[in-house]
Design a protein around this ligand. Structure first.
Ligand code: ATP
Length: 368
């Protein structure tokens, strides 16, 4: 439980130089990570990046090839799952089909040797906690997928574990239920204050739920940060590209903080590049500032402005996605996202010209 009191350990969960090999294949490569008590952390990455393997190592379901895991100041590296302190929810609800919902939840409590009355009270409390107070006598098959997953969650927290592990718990559910359950899971986690790790390949899920996101790729950690850090300040091109939309422009470094894209030099952000180096300059679609026709008034950085032609406008409900072409940029197409208000105010339409400004602090340079 998160009591807010100072604890004798620095981090609730400490992973140190963890490696995992399956035969010749290295699934985890020198992973180090600290998670604070009460934190909600998401492991995010494409299929096969190692996020499930890392979660399973924390649970003791797979034992690491090298490295150490500490939980609450105790080395758990070589403990079997039953001796570790966690509850887990899998993508497939994994409820016992022949047991009632009550029995599914009380299973672990019965093994812990609690009294009948204590078990019954705890089951009632848990069913209320997950919003299904009247479903205890039913069987799993009589519940919807979303309800079954709430029961799986109730079962996982029944013993008040110090750590809650969620392995793609929402990905088998349909879109509406999934979005709804995001809030419920997050609320529950906050209420309980339980340190939680969720594996997901859904960036929106990670951005909306996590206190911190661990972005993984090919068995390594690409970046650890808050959702806004990961989205706004990606440290690698992989992170920039994996999360959200990103314009990636071939560029050449032309001086300190300057890149040439097509035939024009832009001021950009990024250090440690040498002149003449081939790089990628990246900018999010919503960061490209529209300035209407051809005026250069009100521009913070006129040197980063170019005239484009709008080739296509796509209505995406809450905003417009514009495709832009410019002789200055050569064959590269830009995507820019504009609010409905901006489109109306600037009278943007296909085949019209548009002056855009690319803010230098949003134009990020990455190694090619
Ligand atoms: P997904 O979202 O597809 O589950 P993931 O990021 O969770 O992907 P892992 O399941 O951790 O990926 O797998 C990482 C890599 O390790 C994959 O290439 C996978 O094929 C491999 N792998 C996982 N388990 C084993 C195993 N038991 N034996 C051999 N290779 C394995």
């Amino acid at each position: 439980k998160n009591t807010g009191e100072a604890q004798p350990w620095d981090a609730y969960l400490q992973i140190e130089n963890l490696w995992k090999a399956f035969g010749d294949f290295i699934a985890l490569r020198d992973i180090s990570l600290s998670i604070s008590e009460g934190e909600f952390v998401c492991f995010l990455g494409p299929s096969g990046c190692g996020k499930t393997t890392l979660l399973r190592a924390i649970a003791g379901l797979d034992i690491q090839t090298r490295g150490a895991i500490e939980q609450a100041g105790k080395d758990i590296s070589n403990l079997p799952p039953a001796e570790r302190d966690f509850g887990i929810v899998f993508q497939s609800y994994a409820l016992f089909p022949n047991l009632t919902i009550e029995r599914n939840i009380s299973f672990g409590l019965e093994n812990a040797g609690l009294s009948k009355a204590a078990i019954s009270a705890r089951v009632k409390e848990l069913l209320e906690l997950v919003g299904l107070p009247d479903q205890g006598k039913k069987y799993p098959a009589q519940l919807s997928g979303g309800q079954q997953q709430r029961i799986a969650l109730a079962r996982a927290i029944a013993m008040s574990p110090g750590l809650l592990l969620l392995d793609e718990p929402l990905s088998a559910l349909d879109a509406k239920v999934r979005v709804h359950l995001r809030h419920e899971v997050k609320d529950l986690q906050r209420k309980l204050g339980v340190t939680t790790i969720m594996v997901t390949h859904d960036q929106e899920e990670a951005l909306s739920m996590a206190d911190r996101i661990v972005v993984m790729n090919h068995g390594v950690i690409e970046q650890i940060g808050t959702p806004t850090d990961i989205y706004r300040e990606p440290e690698t091109l992989f992170v920039a590209d994996f999360i959200g939309e990103m314009n990636k422009l071939s560029a050449t470094v032309s001086g300190p903080g300057r890149v040439k894209i097509g035939s024009k030099e832009f001021v950009a952000s990024g250090n440690g590049f040498s002149e003449g180096e081939d790089v990628i300059a990246a900018i999010r679609p919503e960061d490209i500032i529209p300035h209407g026709d051809t005026t250069t008034e009100h521009m913070a950085e006129p040197e980063n402005a170019i005239t484009c032609r709008i080739t296509e406008m796509e209505f995406l409900g809450s905003f417009w996605r514009c495709r832009l072409e410019s002789e200055t940029l050569g064959s590269t197409e830009l995507i820019a996202d504009y609010s409905i208000n901006a489109v109306r105010r600037l009278e943007l339409a296909a085949n019209k010209d548009l002056v855009i400004e690319i803010p230098s602090n949003r134009l990020k340079v990455f190694p090619r």
